[in-house]
Design a protein around this ligand. Sequence first.
Ligand SMILES: O=C(O)c1ccccc1N[C@@H]1O[C@H](COP(=O)(O)O)[C@@H](O)[C@H]1O
Length: 219
Amino acid sequence: MSLLVKICGLSTRETLDVALEGGADMVGFVFFPPSPRHISLGVARDLGSRAKGRAVKVALTVDADDATFENIIETLRPDMLQLHGKETVARLRDIKQKFGLPLMKALPVETASDLAGLPGYASVADRILFDARAPKDATRPGGLGAPFDWHVLENLDLDLPYMVSGGLHADNVAEAIRVTRAGGVDVSSGIESSPGVKDPEMIRAFIRAARATQELMAR
Ligand SMILES: O=C(O)c1ccccc1N[C@@H]1O[C@H](COP(=O)(O)O)[C@@H](O)[C@H]1O
């Protein structure tokens, strides 16, 4: 199966177009007010219609309530919900039953013990995203540009599709794919010139680097 590349934290038409034209499989939109990548519902409606049918639209939320999901779904029309907070397995079941969209659960990783909750989440999520665990005093649970020790996933045996994120950029994505054998990669900070400001050339370089790794590994 081919590697999935997700470009996350898009907030302008220009950078969304760069990601789509560069061949991103998934485009992510952040709905979390403390984030420098947070977008309003008006922007979500505009970018959502622009991306429709060109890539999988992913709505990133953090412990969102039902009303927030309803607003996001009505405006962005996402194909998938990314749950990046402390949502429980029961809450995932509830979200799936209420909104009927595929779920990608982000799991914070620092050490092997962080994988203990994986079987529960894998029983309801459609995809797992392994992301670096944020420091306790961080203002957001992701999007901090810091990697985790990818070797924690080295012997992972998971039937569900999974992706890796956290501090990825064009120069380290090949190694991340090699070590984790992930079916997809997700990036935000590593394609920015400053927090929240996406850089077109960095987006293109990241997608190129990920695709080149995919080709090398297929040989
Ligand atoms: O991007 C954010 O601001 C954000 C806020 C809250 C939760 C997650 C967030 N970002 C996601 O975190 C990972 C790793 O990002 P990075 O490449 O290290 O910046 C990725 O999925 C982002 O979309």
